[in-house]
Write a protein that binds this ligand. Structure first.
Ligand code: TRP
Length: 334
């Protein structure tokens, strides 16, 4: 039997996960865990790179993200969940990789560049933030990842990882790692925020969290962006760019019913409130079982943290094997 490909993904624990995470990554992970050897990493050190003064926030969100994983069906029997900072070998590899990448190359990384601008770092950007793609290359290669499922914004990280791997192999005349392949979820799997902006994101304040209560959910759906020209109920409405319908496409279990609603809306005579109420029902049906599992899991946070700690113990063994090869290649095997 051939060896299964190794998949590694991760999240920064900076806030609870939302419906966009579900559509763009969580549901794929649930699928991948039966097909691949899967690692999911909680990137607490990476989270600290742009939350320097907020270690408590990062710490609290480690548990939130764990609860999000487990309540959406990531199964610790099938997926190894671990915490970045518990694997010192990642930090060691990061230091060694730092010599294989230029500061100019890091400044040109389009994602880092955009983030520096967005966050207003400018010239005050820290070395830790500027070099987090190098850290990420260490995350991926420490478990010898073959596949990294990510959003399109993470493609430059994979490219940079492969450059580092090639340089490593070239300088030290070894072949330790495989080239890493990105899997980007198909177009349409990016969920817009409730304000109609192209990306659902915690920092944009337009997210529906997996942990939102039924009341919060209803309030958010009622405030959703629809068709601004659909003023009177009898006006014909537009479907394109209408977030309520985008969500119904993503979560509506009854495609015929959704199509009927669309036709009616386009003809005119269907009010936003009716469609929104239907979406609230659809999302409550979807989130109901997730909320239930979360509530049960939440009762025992120690058990939940233990899952990540046991996963980290497992990864440490894998990481140490990788580092043995790496140290040997660098003549650091004293
Ligand atoms: N940068 C990723 C994000 O912000 C999180 C992450 C850290 C990651 N290390 C990783 C993703 C390794 C994939 C592989 O979402």
């Amino acid at each position: 039997m051939g060896k299964k490909d190794i998949v590694l993904t991760g999240d920064r624990p900076t806030g609870p996960l939302h419906l966009g995470h579900f559509v763009g990554s969580l549901q794929n992970r649930v699928m991948f865990q039966d097909k691949y050897t899967q690692y999911v990493m909680i990137a607490d050190l990476q989270a600290l790179t742009d939350n320097v003064g907020e270690p408590e926030k990062v710490r609290d969100n480690v548990l939130e993200v764990l609860l999000d994983y487990l309540s959406t069906g990531i199964d610790p029997q099938k997926t190894t969940i671990f915490i970045q900072s518990l694997i010192p070998q990642i930090a060691e590899l990061y230091v060694l990789y730092m010599n294989l990448v230029t500061v100019n190359r890091l400044r040109r990384n389009p994602t880092v560049k955009a983030e520096i601008q967005q966050k207003g770092f400018g010239e005050t950007v820290t070395a830790g933030f500027l070099t987090y793609p190098v850290h990420q290359a260490a995350d991926i290669t420490i478990v010898k990842g073959d596949i990294v499922p990510v959003g399109a914004d993470q493609l430059p990280m994979i490219e940079q990882t492969n450059e580092i791997i090639r340089r490593f192999h070239h300088f030290y005349n070894v072949t330790i790692f495989n080239e890493v392949r990105a899997i980007v979820p198909k177009v349409g799997s990016r969920l817009p925020g409730i304000d109609g902006k192209t990306k659902m994101s915690k920092s944009l304040g337009n997210a529906i969290f997996l942990s939102d209560s039924a009341d919060e959910l209803a309030r958010k759906v009622m405030g959703m962006y629809t068709d601004p020209d659909h003023i009177k109920i009898e006006d014909p409405g537009k479907i394109a760019g209408n977030v309520v319908f985008t969500y119904l496409d993503a979560f509506g279990p009854d495609k015929n019913k959704v199509q009927e609603l669309k036709d009616h809306y386009e003809r005119g005579g269907l009010g936003d409130v009716v469609v929104k109420k239907y979406l609230i029902d659809v999302l409550n049906d979807f989130l109901g079982p997730i909320r239930k599992r979360r509530a049960a899991l939440q009762k025992d946070p120690k058990y939940i943290m233990d899952i990540a700690i046991k996963g980290s113990e497992k990864v440490k063994l894998v990481a140490e094997n990788t580092m043995k090869e790496v140290r040997e290649a660098l003549r650091l095997n004293y």
